[in-house]
Design a protein around this ligand. Structure first.
Ligand SMILES: C[S@@+](CC[C@H](N)C(=O)[O-])C[C@H]1O[C@@H](n2cnc3c(N)ncnc32)[C@H](O)[C@@H]1O
Length: 204
């Protein structure tokens, strides 16, 4: 990483705050802000976090669900273990259909919430990166269909662009309430936004 990037990072409020509060990632504040506004996670919930490394969202989810809840983090990269008994991690590609069954096996019961902050590796070619980001959301929706309880909630990051319309249509078919939000902790210049889906409709 370049020197300028390092300097900017050190100046960043949420980066410094994450260090102070021992969060694994500045992204923790995005989930905190979104949850404060949309009440996606509750005490006792079972949560699946897709694209969870290094684990900043998992930390926030564990705080909210407490000892009676459960949080499973899935990532291509290894996620450092948590001391919590009610946290589990899995090194896997959640876009692989075979992985859904493995996720289900790790859960104590069907999930109340699926969250995904997954990012594709950035090519710099805008259309391609946006398409890959939309594909990750579609895969997260496929996982949600198989693991969520009726009435469950969904949250996923997506890069804004031409494919948003189709994606939102799909989310609206699956959830009663749908919103797009950009939390304050999301960098102004970044194209990322978060899709919120509440009230998973039981598949017909
Ligand atoms: C921005 S990071 C997530 C940060 C996390 N929310 C946190 O707070 O620590 C995005 C992650 O998505 C993961 N990812 C991207 N594609 C994936 C896939 N197909 N399966 C699993 N993880 C994936 C990447 O490996 C990366 O760790």
């Amino acid at each position: 990483m370049g020197r300028r990037w390092q300097l900017e990072r050190r100046r960043d409020y949420y980066y410094r705050q994450a260090k102070l509060e021992s969060y694994r990632s500045r992204a923790s504040y995005k989930l905190k802000q979104l949850n404060r506004r949309y009440h996606l996670l509750r005490r006792g919930d079972v949560v699946v976090d897709l694209g969870a490394a290094p684990g900043g969202w998992m930390q926030v989810a564990l705080e909210v669900v407490g000892g009676t809840g459960f949080v499973l983090g899935v990532d291509l990269q290894r996620i450092e273990d948590f001391p919590n008994k009610n946290a589990a991690t899995m090194a896997a590609d959640f876009t692989d259909p075979a992985v859904v069954e493995k996720i289900r096996e790790k859960l104590p019961r069907p999930a109340d919430v699926v969250i995904s902050d997954a990012s594709p590796s950035i090519s710099g070619v805008w259309d391609l990166d946006q398409a890959r980001s939309a594909e990750l959301v579609k895969s997260a929706l496929l996982v949600s269909e198989r693991v969520l309880v009726p009435g469950g909630n969904f949250l996923a990051k997506v890069f804004q662009g031409a494919l948003m319309g189709d994606l939102l249509k799909q989310v609206k078919e699956m959830f009663e309430f749908v919103k797009i939000s950009k939390p304050q902790a999301s960098r102004k210049g970044s194209a990322e936004v978060y899709i919120i889906g509440k009230g998973f409709r039981r598949p017909g």
